[in-house]
Design a binder for this molecule. Structure first.
Ligand code: URA
Length: 247
């Protein structure tokens, strides 16, 4: 049988949307998982699409994969719950009966495009520098950076977490009266608070930050708080972009 059609048991459980891979491993070790009616407590075992997998006797179906784009408003946390009761993105997400999670994060005060999915493989690839997609930001910064400062941003600056990789930086417009500049900054990595720290490093702190694009996906047309579901064709295209075979 072609091995390609088999997957490890804990991966299959996670793919059903029930829980993470790590929790699935625990369920197996606790003897709560059955394959074709038999309890399995070995970790390495592989299953095919035709094998029936159950947890506590409940047969798992493979959850449909969803990828959504959300226009996260400023002031909202990129998390599914907050112990302090602050607003989170959860209020904007549809209930598909699966565990949707944000891919990466935007700071509380950053607005714009956030990808949400229940497909753990897509989320993993998106976070990987080799496959991750470009992210484009509109940053309104204090003051008017000169070419020398912009070149520093382009070449890379030292921030917490190391030197940033080369970035594409363009001036969109200068508001002389307000003493602010709108920059378009495209980066490939995703260090914590990267764009804010980059702009701070050249002495032009960010006043407002919006992510306007992730790879081929644009913020255009999405109102703050609005979510858009990618079609299955778009999901297949995304998988291809991330170097995954279509499924
Ligand atoms: N860079 C930042 O500084 N903040 C974000 O939320 C995203 C990128």
């Amino acid at each position: 049988m072609a091995n390609i059609e088999l997957e490890r048991l804990h991966v299959r459980i996670a793919r059903s949307g029930l829980c993470s891979r790590r929790t699935a491993e625990k369920l197996i070790l606790e003897g709560r998982v059955q394959v074709n009616g038999e309890t399995v407590i070995e970790m390495g075992i592989k299953v095919g699409e035709d094998d029936s997998v159950a947890v506590d006797g409940n047969i798992l179906s493979i959850a449909k994969k969803y990828v959504l784009l959300l226009n996260k408003p400023a002031g909202v946390l990129t998390t599914l719950s907050d112990p302090q009761g602050r607003p989170t993105i959860v209020q904007f997400l549809p209930n598909y009966g699966v565990q949707l999670k944000p891919v990466g994060r935007l700071d509380k005060d950053t607005e714009g495009l956030l990808m949400i999915t229940n497909d753990g493989d897509i989320a993993l690839r998106m976070a990987h520098p080799r496959y991750g997609l470009d992210k484009e930001y509109q940053a309104i910064v204090e003051g008017i950076p000169d070419e020398k400062a912009l070149d520093r941003l382009r070449r890379g600056v030292m921030i917490e977490g190391g030197k940033t990789q080369p970035a594409k930086v363009e001036v969109v417009f200068v508001e002389e009266r307000k003493g602010t500049t709108s920059l378009r900054i495209t980066i490939h990595e995703g260090k914590k608070r990267q764009v804010r720290l980059m702009c701070e490093a050249i002495g032009h702190p960010v006043i407002r930050l919006t992510r306007v694009r992730i790879g081929p996906y644009h913020l255009r047309g999405l109102r703050p708080g609005e979510c858009k579901l990618l079609s299955q064709t778009d999901v297949a295209k995304l998988r291809k972009l991330l170097g995954m075979e279509s499924s």
